[in-house]
Ligand binder design. Structure first.
Ligand code: PHB
Length: 389
């Protein structure tokens, strides 16, 4: 090339420009793996709306980079599908974070891929205790079943319930809650007189409830994955005459999920449950969250999965900001460990030892407020860790 007087200044300018003006930063990509179709389709929608509510309230650019959500549908509890989606997101889209995970089997299937890729995996619902042990890149912003169940057992014993039959869904979170209930309830002097496990897919509760009715326990403790199954369970509980027989019902707040509480209707009035989030939680953070969520979701009420999505997104935003947009999986995990946030549910904290959430567990009763059914908090256990660890 001949360096004539015309080319040289142009070349010099081009080099100068390249050195001093940074290229427009790529977006930070979040691969959202959720249940967007099938019987658990509300999970994906609620989690995504929670994430988008955070971006609406606080902006979508952190550390100079815009956040982009790439949502993928597992179609239900489908570990093989979840794994394939994670592979595509990691190698094809080159996502910086994996997030979402309504159902335990999907989270379990993806955890080894997070390890391999060294990409943080932000769990926004799946609540089987052991999920966080499946990869050092998992951090959980939802809850665990033992964390919600042990306080329920304590409350039941202190409130005169001594004999309980348990009914749980026959997979990770159900088995966790059955074990946690038995442990805490018997430690407090109660007795578990029987236990049944119902299938995760298309359960018919009638025969199980008949068996429980025949055993005449004082109360039933139950856990089912939130949503449609709870509606079917409540209907069968009434139709089989368990409530008429005076058998009490206690549960984690997965039963009285804000997403379906109005659909369950007045038979839920008076139900006592334990959980980390109620749309009726009385705080300025929650009021702002509920209002923004309604706008994002077309008028819906947030539930505990929505708040998991919101808090998980808050954590991601903080990581990007602290790393000034220069993302690195290991550095991200160091920031996530010990992270403290003021959530719409109250203060939350990620235990650096376990990468699992520490939070307040509320005891709530279903009541009518302004003509609508809500889980109204009346007691609380502060700083509860997952007792399974
Ligand atoms: C789970 O699969 O881990 C799960 C699903 C729904 C719930 C709680 C836990 O309500």
């Amino acid at each position: 090339m001949i360096w004539n007087y015309r080319v040289r200044p142009v070349l010099f300018l081009a080099l100068l420009t390249a050195a001093t003006i940074p290229a427009v930063a790529d977006s930070v990509k979040i691969g959202l793996i959720g249940e967007f179709s099938g019987p658990f389709q509300a999970y994906g929608r609620n989690i995504e709306n929670g994430m988008r509510t955070y971006l609406k309230m606080h902006g979508d650019t952190y550390g100079g980079r815009k956040i982009e959500i790439i949502a993928r549908d597992t179609t239900g509890p489908a570990p093989e599908v979840a794994k394939r989606l994670a592979q595509e997101l990691l190698t094809g889209d080159k996502v910086d974070f994996l997030a979402g995970f309504g159902l335990t089997p999907n989270a379990m299937a993806v955890a080894p891929l997070a390890t391999e890729a060294k990409v943080p995996m932000i769990v926004m619902n799946a609540a089987t205790s052991s999920i966080t042990t499946k990869s050092p890149y998992v951090a959980r912003f939802s809850f665990t079943l033992p964390q919600m169940t042990a306080p329920m057992a304590d409350w039941a014993v202190k409130n005169g319930i001594k004999q309980v039959y348990t009914l749980v869904a026959d997979y990770g979170p159900g088995i966790d809650s059955e074990n946690a209930f038995k442990k805490a309830f018997t430690a407090g002097g109660g007795e578990v007189v029987g236990s049944v496990r119902t299938p995760l897919a298309n359960p018919d509760f009638a025969p199980f409830l008949q068996r429980i009715k025949d055993a005449t326990p004082q109360a039933v403790f139950m856990f089912l994955p939130a949503g449609e199954q709870g509606i079917a369970f409540m209907k069968a509980f009434r139709e089989r005459g368990l409530d008429a027989a005076g058998i009490k019902l206690i549960a984690t707040g997965d039963l009285t999920d804000d997403d379906v509480l109005m659909a369950m209707g007045d038979p839920t009035l008076g139900l006592v449950t334990t959980h980390a989030y109620s749309a009726a939680h009385d705080s300025p953070e929650n009021k702002a969250f509920v209002a923004a969520y309604r706008e994002v979701s077309g008028g819906k009420r947030p539930n505990f999965m929505a708040v998991g999505g919101f808090d998980g997104m808050a954590a991601i935003a903080q990581v990007i900001e602290q790393l000034h947009g220069n993302l690195d999986g290991d550095k991200a995990m160091e920031i996530l460990k010990g992270m403290k946030l003021m959530s719409p549910r109250g203060p939350i904290w990620i235990d650096p030892e376990t990468r699992d959430i520490v939070q307040t567990v509320y005891v709530r009763r279903v009541q009518k407020v302004g003509g609508e059914l809500f889980n109204v908090e009346f007691d609380q256990f502060k700083n509860v860790k997952d007792p399974g660890k």
